[in-house]
Design a protein around this ligand. Sequence first.
Ligand code: ME8
Length: 514
Amino acid sequence: MTSSYYVTTPIYYVNGAPHIGHAYTSIAADVLARFLRLDGRDVFFLTGTDEHGQKVEKAAAEAGVDPQTFADRVSADFRDMAARMGVSNDDFIRTTEQRHRDACAAFWQVLRDRGDIYLGAYEGWYAVRDEAFYDEDELTQRADGTRIAPSGAPVEWVREPSYFFRLSRYQDKLLAHYAANPDFILPAGRRNEVVSFVRGGLQDLSVSRTSFRWGIPVPGDPAHVMYVWLDALLNYLTATGWPDPAAPRARYWPADLHVVGKEIVRFHAVYWPAFLMAAGVALPRRVYSHGWWTVEGEKMSKSLGNVIDPRELADTYGLDALRYFLLREVPFGNDGDFSRRALVTRLNVELANDLGNLAQRTLSLIARNCAGRLPARAVPTEADATLLDAAAALPAALRARMERPAFGEALEEVWRVIRAANAYIDHQAPWALRRTDPARMAAVLRVLADVLRVIATVLQPFMPDSMARMLDQLGVPTEGAASRSFVGLAAPLAEGTALPPPAGVFPRFVEPGA
Ligand code: ME8
């Protein structure tokens, strides 16, 4: 296993404002990036914006501004969204940047030189909303005769000169790659869909357009702009400094994981590996396709007016509660429904009650009965050892879950220990031991403090701010020997460490006016 790890989000179209779906993908990738850093890996985490193509050109025209001005504005909004979601990306790429134009031109040249690009004419269906070409047999016809893509996007008939990529050459190679790398596309259900799509036969792909201007010009033939998906996918290479093998980030290629929504799997798991094979560039190790969120039972859409700005949710419920909810509510890969009520329930039950109260009870007993100083470790009883062992097993258990990644399962592992710790505190009743056996009370509180330290440490990637506060209250130093990372857990905290006064980390959410 390499120590470096490269994870990406899709680059988002700048045709409209960021919403909860974009936040979801970015938060998921962020949790993984933070987890791996905590585990000592050298992580490169990339996000950014996809700024060319007809769809953006159209949105800019509707807004009455030129595409670059429009892209600048919306891209800045996506950058702001990422920052407000606590997304710890190492770079933010924009496809209108010069570094990207250069990489695209270089890549095109390689495909040309290798004989995988030829000039022809495209005639067929195109959906601007998806920026995708569709075969006749993929479409459904409405009563009024208009045709609709499987995504629900309207299609239009396009007829124009076009360069083609010899995708048809790669059918067998792709199938061989999927077979040899069963985890290349996850989850498995999505892999099966891709495999049957590719088995169904691949036609050469139109990779340039001439009917509009907002794109990267084709080298040597500026009447054409590159197909926006070729341009967009290449962002993942651009950010590593490709084609310069001496670029500081060249070591990160191939990417370890592309996190994408299920609607763009075909681009990432068919076109993208075929382009890379054609160029003789190593393939990414995995494409993980997550499901789609609806909002309060409905598909998000501008016309329904139910598009949620994740920043508003973070302001209302707290960023960490939002991050936790999104990764806890549905298994990664499944569709889910976002509802405020479900979020509040998880916040109040799982965060405020299960975890917050456990910490609050432990820390206030230490504050009151141990003069606010961390008690010494004692020889563990069987009950102590069982709980301590369960906590100690968490880093490895999470590592196994995050490898896919399975965020919900990782959280369930942690909650198993939280529930065990709550059962332990109820059973041991340290508040009663205060009079009968103060030494045992101190030992029990120390076990709980140690268990809470592990819990807060492994939960940092999910809830960075609140877990930092919890670690502060537990007296875990911020400096020295990566004390808040997994390796830091090997060094016990010194007995007698003075703890700051306890303060609740997850206040219960009470509906305004309730
Ligand atoms: O497709 N539920 O950009 P995009 C969950 N530019 N995730 C959602 C979602 C929802 N309802 N809506 C959006 C593009 N997403 C291209 C990508 S990559 C080289 C180019 C998330 O702005 C999900 O990750 O339409 C989805 O794949 C992405 O946003 C699409 O963003």
